[in-house]
Design a protein around this ligand. Structure first.
Ligand code: ZN
Length: 335
């Protein structure tokens, strides 16, 4: 199997000439409608003076919009002469999913954030993962990947990092979360899936952070502002940009440490929640009930939180099926 990417980038990624350059990744995608067709994924490189390189990505999931908006604004508005370093910016990383407004790609069903390190001979989504892993991550020391709850979930605004075994790396990631000007900083152990972009970044020694802001397939004034604060907070922390910004209160640092932090539907039906996003719950507290759609005479099925915590994420659509996550909690770090 060839380890070389089949994706062509029309920018020379090693050209450190100061300035702003816009280009495309061309992903080969031969199909009935377009025999020699490619998928043109936008990429921008903003080069300033000497300094670190930062990879900024959004549209990893196509139905998560805060990062897509804020990175487009950055590409147009940030003067590269203000940078001490380089930004590599992809505001629509999985372009087919972004155009479809879907979490996964309509071309191959690929969920990009479950396909790292990717495959140069796989479908378009796997080819994107492989390009990021082999061509972009080795060129940067910092990375920020923007997420939200997508169409099916909604998050309180939070910075998010993986729990690192390396103590020095854990300190680095915690300091980055403190700088991101969001109300929460979550360290996630319960979903340590190794197929994610941040996992690929950490495996390559990149200080890779993510954020989860908003969701429900929407974009709001507050969620867009939170994403902007996270972006510029991290850029200043990484040392590529200096801004005079008012100080922000430090985030509440929390953990998502175990499977019992997540609550799943056990039946098909209409989920009637009894707790709200941002509410503190106790172990055993009733989260809501599932009403049968086809058999209204059936007694509701109650769902209970397995452990106490802050509800940081909730399901948006009211209809649920067995296995749908309806909420998850986080617990204060150190508890
Ligand atoms: Zn996402």
């Amino acid at each position: 199997m060839s380890a070389k990417s089949r994706i062509r980038c029309d920018l020379d990624l090693d050209d450190r000439t100061p300035g702003r350059r816009l280009g495309r990744l061309s992903i080969p995608h031969s199909r009935h409608e377009s025999g020699y067709g490619v998928i043109p994924v936008p990429i921008a490189v903003l080069n300033g003076g000497e300094g670190p390189s930062v990879l900024l990505t959004a549209g990893n999931h196509g139905d998560e919009y805060e990062g897509q908006a804020v990175l487009r604004d950055l590409i147009r508005e940030l003067d590269p002469t203000r940078l001490k370093g380089r930004l590599i910016v992809l505001p629509a990383l999985n372009l087919p999913a972004v155009l479809a407004g879907r979490r996964d790609s309509p071309l191959d069903g690929g969920n990009l954030n479950r396909l790292f390190p990717g495959d140069p001979n796989g479908g378009p989504t796997s080819m994107i993962a492989h390009f990021v892993d082999t061509e972009l991550l080795p060129r940067v020391s910092w990375a920020l990947d923007f997420h939200s709850g997508g169409s099916s979930m909604e998050y309180l605004p939070c910075a998010m990092v993986r729990a690192a075994n390396d103590p020095a790396l854990a300190v680095t990631l915690k300091a980055a979360m403190l700088a991101m000007r969001l109300p929460l900083g979550l360290t996630v152990q319960a979903t340590q899936d190794t197929r994610t972009l941040p996992a690929a970044g950490l495996a390559r020694g990149v200080a890779h952070v993510a954020c989860e802001i908003g969701g429900g397939g929407s974009l709001t004034p507050s969620s867009a502002a939170a994403a902007e604060g996270a972006l510029y907070g991290l850029l200043c922390h990484a040392g590529v940009l200096e801004l005079d910004t008012p100080s922000a209160p430090p985030p509440r640092l929390m953990n998502v440490a175990g499977a019992d932090h997540f609550l799943f539907a056990t039946a098909r039906g209409l989920f009637v929640p009894e707790v709200a996003l941002g509410q503190t719950v106790t172990a055993g507290q009733r989260a809501g009930r599932i009403l049968s759609i086809e058999e209204p005479e059936r007694p509701p099925i109650a769902l209970h939180f397995a452990r106490a915590g802050l509800v940081v994420c909730r399901r948006v659509p009211a209809q649920v099926a067995p296995g749908d996550c309806v909420a998850h909690v986080a617990t204060d770090a150190g508890t």
